[in-house]
Structures are given as structure tokens and as C-alpha cells.
Design a protein around this ligand. Structure first.
Ligand SMILES: CC(C)(COP(=O)(O)OP(=O)(O)OC[C@H]1O[C@@H](n2cnc3c(N)ncnc32)[C@H](O)[C@@H]1OP(=O)(O)O)[C@@H](O)C(=O)NCCC(=O)NCCS
Length: 176
């Protein structure tokens, strides 16, 4: 743990809420980190055209350069309750494996919890997000409009039952 803080401090990374000034670099980073948009994928179908929540979108900055980004998009649980989905999460390929992604997620989860959100979901690598407190069991009765493999839907709840009692399809925020 001490080694982690040491290397993180040595990297001189600051995590801060994203602003309009970060937009160009953030968008370029996300484009570089992901394959071109795939409309058949569930994350694309749920997020496309829905604005991420700026208050929970953060960037990791090193020497005034955006080297990481995390964003959250609102969507609807089967009972029409709003839930935030984490993603995209992106880290500069040259700086991977140095806990920048993990720090971005932990920073955001603290914020969400402080604001009394009941839970959050993610479509991602099960190993990576389980280590950050997400649990595939919480989202096992949620279905998605599209393909997710090889990724997994995981959930994290601060209010018992918020996700685990749901049963059915996740929907876009603008669903009728
Ligand atoms: C996924 C991503 C954000 C990880 O960022 P990162 O800063 O390199 O990750 P971290 O350094 O915080 O990783 C923390 C730990 O998880 C491990 N890890 C990294 N990727 C992992 C994976 N896919 N599965 C399991 N563990 C993983 C790291 O080895 C590290 O382990 P350690 O604590 O034993 O050293 C980055 O690889 C990326 O931008 N990928 C492309 C976009 C993407 O796939 N985003 C995620 C889906 S939204």
C-alpha cells in the first residue's frame, strides 16, 4: 500500500472534476482507448446521446495534461428508478498499471457515497471491478439491450436491495 501511494505521488497526478477546458484532451483520450463505437453493444445503446453527469465526471491530470478520465451516465432500472453507470473509464496507455484507473474509480465512488446515492453499475472487466467493490451477484437479474461479452455487468450498492431486488431490463433514461 505504501508503495502504491509513493509511486502515485511520484507520478504527480491530480484528480479533479472535469471542466470544459478538459474536453478536447478527454475526448481524444477516450477515442484512443476504445475501439470505434459499436452500436450493437449494450453500453453504447444505453449511453448514446445521454449526457454524462458532469458533477461526477473526473479527470486525472499530470503536468496540465489529461491522462485519465471517468464519467457516469444516468439510466433507468427496471422499476424506472434512476441509476448511474460508470464508464467510460480510460487511462493513457503509457501510464497504465500505476493505479490511475483505480484511483479515479475510488475517488468517484467516495463522491457518490457521500451524496447518498443508493448504488452504481458498470459494464466492464469482472476482475478489475470486483477488486474495486463491485459484485456481479447484485446485477444478476438485470438484462441489457445489446451485447456485453466479453465484459460483465456488475453492481455496487450502498442501500441494500437497490440493485439486487431489481428484475428486468435496464433502459435508456429517455425510455417511455
Ligand atoms: C482499464 C483501465 C482503465 C485500467 O487503468 P490502469 O490505470 O492501467 O489500472 P490500474 O493501474 O488502476 O489497475 C489496478 C490493478 O488492477 C489490475 N488490472 C488492470 N487491468 C485489469 C483487468 N483487466 N483485470 C484485472 N485486473 C486488472 C492492475 O494490474 C492493478 O493490479 P495491482 O493492484 O495488483 O497492481 C485501462 O487499462 C484502460 O484505459 N483500458 C482501455 C479502456 C477500458 O477498457 N476501460 C474499462 C472499461 S469502461
Amino acid at each position: 500500500m505504501i508503495g502504491f501511494f509513493y509511486s502515485y505521488c511520484m507520478l504527480n497526478i491530480t484528480i479533479t472534476q472535469e471542466t470544459l477546458g478538459h474536453k478536447t484532451e478527454r475526448d481524444a483520450l477516450i477515442t484512443a482507448c476504445f475501439a470505434k463505437p459499436q452500436p450493437e453493444r449494450a453500453a453504447y445503446r444505453l449511453r448514446q446521446g445521454i449526457a454524462p453527469i458532469a458533477a461526477y465526471s473526473s479527470v486525472a491530470v499530470q503536468k496540465n495534461r489529461v491522462v485519465g478520465s471517468i464519467r457516469f451516465t444516468p439510466m433507468l432500472l427496471p422499476d424506472k428508478t434512476e441509476v448511474l453507470m460508470l464508464g467510460p473509464l480510460a487511462v493513457d496507455p503509457l501510464l497504465r498499471g500505476q493505479h490511475i484507473g483505480q484511483s479515479l474509480v475510488q475517488h468517484s465512488l467516495r463522491q457518490l457515497q457521500q451524496d447518498n446515492l443508493a448504488g452504481v453499475i458498470v459494464i466492464g472487466d469482472a476482475g478489475y471491478f470486483t477488486a474495486l467493490g463491485f459484485d456481479v451477484a447484485l446485477s444478476q437479474n438485470l438484462t441489457l439491450p445489446g451485447i456485453i461479452a466479453p465484459l460483465t455487468l456488475l453492481g455496487l450498492e450502498w442501500q441494500a436491495g437497490f440493485l439486487s431486488k431489481q428484475n428486468g431490463m435496464l433502459q435508456r433514461l429517455d425510455a417511455d
